[in-house]
Ligand binder design. Structure first.
Ligand code: PLP
Length: 401
């Protein structure tokens, strides 16, 4: 059946026990059995509707995982305690000592540090490439490569991955294509475009209220089962379990994701167009000037915009810092990392969320000192918000030209 995101949204509705409109949260780490034989049976075989121990599964995490599987149209999903927990367990599930990863050179700083600094301690190494250059990707693959890794829209450069082309490369060499879709839930459906595994930081758009940290993995039933294997599953054995109460609050927020993504996209497009009109260099896939705008049009799911993230080059760190400080004072939004909140958030990635990437590599990917990353909020009157931005620019004497 073809993937229809609007039906996926309808499908978020789940029935609660005892008729609650929201599923009840079970406040238990362990579950009772009527017979020892049944307990033994359940220990290594999942039985629909039965629970043994909360690190394996619990009812609310199952509900949330089911909703996320429908969001990404995957056979199954698994929620985790953070986006980094999802990413690290997926990689540790697939790779062993001696294996290699080919990853995009523009990815979230924490993921970059995991691949560059941490995983080599376990004998897993990464080659970072410009994923716009498919030939470079092809050349980076060796007989030890197991994973191709990138973000569907990259943090912080807003580069759009050509998932269909990269997936062809992965399939031809029998590699797993792992895509971080944190910047573009509903906007891009990586599994429909050929990816094998999708990871999310639920901390961002999917939860949308910046009140918790969480993550998820969406993939085939076989892959999720392997992550939960009691003898060898990365998720089972490393134990990055999401707390039940948080799973319940994320599930409730998920119901409004489709409306929020539309509004984030509409508002971000307005900011992007206005900054560009003022003559600043703007990175936003919804702008015709974005180098992968045509690709974005081709692979994005119609009706959900181009995501709420943009980056603007203000020329120098000093100017960027002055503007961010004033925008916070003048109530445009908050000087804060993270994204997907209902208020606009802005930060300087080179000096925060991408500071793990060495300076010379930042320069190669175009991450300048004056770059500001913005997660545009759900403001009802985005024109008035941009007037406030313009006032700040005028007070600071900043012009784009
Ligand atoms: N992936 C992306 C694209 C991110 O931006 C982040 C965090 O900023 C993460 C993953 C990590 O997520 P978490 O902070 O939930 O571990």
């Amino acid at each position: 059946m073809p993937y229809d995101p609007s039906s996926a949204i309808q499908d978020y509705t789940v029935f609660g026990e005892f008729g609650d409109v929201n599923p009840s949260v079970t406040d238990s780490s362990t579950y009772t059995f009527l017979s020892p034989e049944r307990m033994e049976e359940l220990f290594d075989h999942e039985i629909e509707g039965c629970f043994l121990y909360s690190r394996h599964w619990n009812p609310i995490n199952k509900y949330l995982s089911g909703a996320l599987a429908r969001l990404e149209n995957s056979e199954n999903a698994l929620v985790t305690a953070s986006g980094m927990a999802a990413i690290s367990s997926v990689i540790l599930q697939i790779c062993e000592a001696g294996d290699e990863i080919v990853a995009s050179r523009t990815i979230y700083g924490g993921t970059y540090a995991l691949l560059k600094n941490f995983l080599p301690k376990l004998g897993i190494t990464t080659r970072f490439v410009d994923i716009k250059d498919l030939q470079a990707m092809r050349e980076a693959i060796t007989p030890r490569t197991k994973v191709l890794y990138c973000e569907s829209i990259s943090n912080p450069m807003l580069e759009v991955a050509d998932i269909p082309a990269i997936s062809e490369l992965a399939k031809a060499q029998d590699l797993k294509l792992v895509i971080d879709n944190t910047f573009s839930p509903l906007v891009i459906a990586p599994l429909q475009l050929g990816a094998d595994v999708v990871v999310h930081s639920l901390t961002k758009f999917i939860n949308g209220t910046s009140d918790c940290v969480a993550g998820c993995v969406c993939s085939s039933k076989a892959f999720i089962d392997s992550m939960l294997d009691i003898n060898a599953g990365a998720s089972m054995l490393l134990g990055p379990v999401l707390d039940s109460y948080r799973a319940a609050s994320i599930l409730k927020n998920l119901h409004s994701l489709h409306i929020r993504m539309q509004k984030h996209g509409e508002n971000a497009l307005y900011f992007a167009e206005q900054f560009e009109k003022l003559g600043f260099s703007v990175y936003y896939p919804g702008l015709p000037s974005h180098p992968q705008h045509a690709l974005a049009q081709k692979i994005m799911t119609p009706g959900f915009g181009h995501s709420g993230m943009l980056a603007i080059d203000f020329g120098s760190l000093d100017k960027a810092n002055q503007l961010m400080t004033m925008m916070q004072e003048d109530k445009v939004g908050y000087l804060a990392v993270s994204l997907g909140y209902f208020k606009t958030l802005f930060s300087s990635p080179g000096h925060s969320t991408s500071s793990e990437i060495p300076k010379e590599e930042q320069e190669q990917i175009g991450l300048s000192d004056g770059l500001v990353r913005m997660s545009v909020g759900l403001d009802n009157d985005i024109r008035r918000s941009f007037e406030r931005v313009k006032d700040c620019l005028v007070k600071l004497g900043m012009t784009g030209k």
